[in-house]
Design a protein around this ligand. Structure first.
Ligand code: FCB
Length: 451
């Protein structure tokens, strides 16, 4: 199983990588590690939140097996590894005292990447908010933005000389809306005021984080600073004005809010009107802090959303309707054109010459290891990557400055509220034995990248 696309068609500077996030793979939470607790630990322990009450306590035991995992990236021919720092491992209570054991772990990890010729692409926050900050209201409390900036200063000072890039926050839409309006991720609120506050604070934290990182880098550091946003191509489910309106609302709430805030210092007016009574007082005065100059924007893309209107007075009065395309294990439609559309739209309407990276793209499948020959045949995933890489080439040919592509994910891992069922990895993980088995999709990347 091979890709039809070739490495050379992307040009010699293009970066291929694979991505993970700390909570989803690390484990390493015993007292000897010094890690503090985070809101995902307690959210996961609360019945009804996560399938099977599963948590990241052990995950892929990457905390102990990181060297083997970096070897896989190197063997696959990847240029870069996108990983995240765990805030509670570095600052167990989210502020003040640092955990030396945790700081040392990331030293080893980063040095391990450099020794293997892998560029470290870091993310400061991929959702593991220290519990002590959650106790103070977490993303609903404006003070989290200063705590986040302090944390970024620690990262910048300690690691800024060795990182290729650092993104402040992964997927602010998930941090805010999915977690505070839909209640699906930690802390599990279903409250418009909570959501509106988080929607603003998460971007304010990003802006302050960018400033803190740049101010703390050791002199001579060349680390790029950016932000990673997720996008769903919003399309009307039916050929009606109501559906078109629903899709426009979803596009504003999901896509435009975050890129508008971070790139232009502007929120969509339809949203600030709808959420006016819930937004934190004085948000208008903080918009210039949100829009810091960036070195890149990361794009996470998986699928589209087909929206229909709901006949009620709530906000937002819409629902997503399953579409007719092929679906992944978790029901997400496979829609590579949506990636092309999103990249083109960003470039045209927001980012211009700013370098873009696809920082996550991939699909879940219920992969199994063959009893016959020990292989994992994931043809669907090979096709998924191939078609999305093709979409990248198409937009690059039209002038979109796309500089790299990261597959989600290196390893099967903890898929948040869905637990360990959905497998997104290029590498299969047996969670009992922690044995790693590269899948056919890993081999497809390897053949392309080492050809
Ligand atoms: C994204 C997350 C990532 C992973 C993928 C499937 O929203 O950034 O952690 O869960 O989805």
């Amino acid at each position: 199983m091979k890709f039809n696309v070739t490495k050379s068609s992307f040009g010699s500077e293009f970066i291929f990588g694979a991505a993970t996030a700390a909570y989803q793979i690390e484990g390493g939470q015993g007292p000897e590690t010094g890690r503090g607790s985070c809101h995902w630990d307690t959210f996961a322990a609360t019945r009804g939140n996560v399938v099977g009450l599963e948590s990241g306590a052990v995950a892929c035991d990457h905390y102990n097996r990181w060297a083997e995992d970096l070897d896989l990236l190197q063997a696959g021919g990847f240029d870069a590894y996108r990983f995240s720092f765990a805030w509670p491992r570095i600052m167990p209570t989210g502020k003040g005292a640092l955990n030396q054991t945790g700081l040392d772990f990331y030293d080893r990890l980063i040095d391990g990447m450099l020794e293997r010729g892998l560029k470290p692409f870091a993310t400061a926050y991929h959702w593991d908010l220290p519990s002590a900050l959650a106790d103070e209201g977490g993303w609903m409390n404006a003070s989290v933005t200063d705590r986040f900036a302090d944390y970024c200063s620690v990262l910048g000072e300690r690691y800024g000389d060795r990182l290729a890039s650092i993104a402040t926050i992964n997927e602010p839409w998930c941090v805010a809306w999915l977690s505070h309006a839909m209640g699906i991720h930690a802390p599990g609120h279903r409250d418009l005021r909570a959501a509106a506050r988080a929607m603003h604070h998460v971007l304010l934290a990003h802006g302050k984080g960018v400033q803190a990182l740049r101010a703390s880098f050791p002199s001579g550091a060349t680390t790029d600073v950016g932000l990673v946003l997720n996008y769903e191509k919003a399309e009307p489910a039916f050929d009606t004005d109501q559906s078109r309106h629903a899709a426009a609302i979803w596009h504003a709430l999901y896509n435009q809010w975050y890129v508008g805030g971070a790139i232009k210092g502007e929120y969509p007016a339809t949203m600030t009107e709808a959420l006016a009574e819930f937004l934190p007082a004085g948000w208008q005065d903080e918009m210039s802090t949100l829009a810091q100059p960036l070195d890149f924007l990361g794009v996470n893309y998986y699928t589209r959303a087909r929206m229909a209107a709901l006949p009620d007075p709530g906000f937002p009065a819409l629902e997503s309707v399953p579409g007719p395309l092929d679906k992944t294990q978790i029901g997400w439609e496979v829609y590579p054109q949506g990636l092309a559309d999103i990249l083109t739209w960003l470039h045209k309407d927001y980012t211009g010459d700013l370098p873009l990276y696809v920082t996550e793209n991939g699909m879940a499948w219920a992969d199994t290891v063959s009893a016959r020959d020990g292989s994992v045949q994931d043809q669907q995933r090979v096709d998924y990557f191939d078609s999305h890489l093709r979409a990248c080439l198409d937009v690059m040919a039209k002038g979109v400055p796309l500089k790299g592509y990261f597959a989600w994910s290196l390893l099967d891992n903890y898929e948040w509220a869905l637990g360990y069922g959905p497998r997104f990895g290029l590498v299969h993980v047996d969670y009992e034995s922690q044995v790693r088995t590269p899948k056919a999709s890993f081999n497809a990347f390897q053949s392309m990248l080492t050809a």
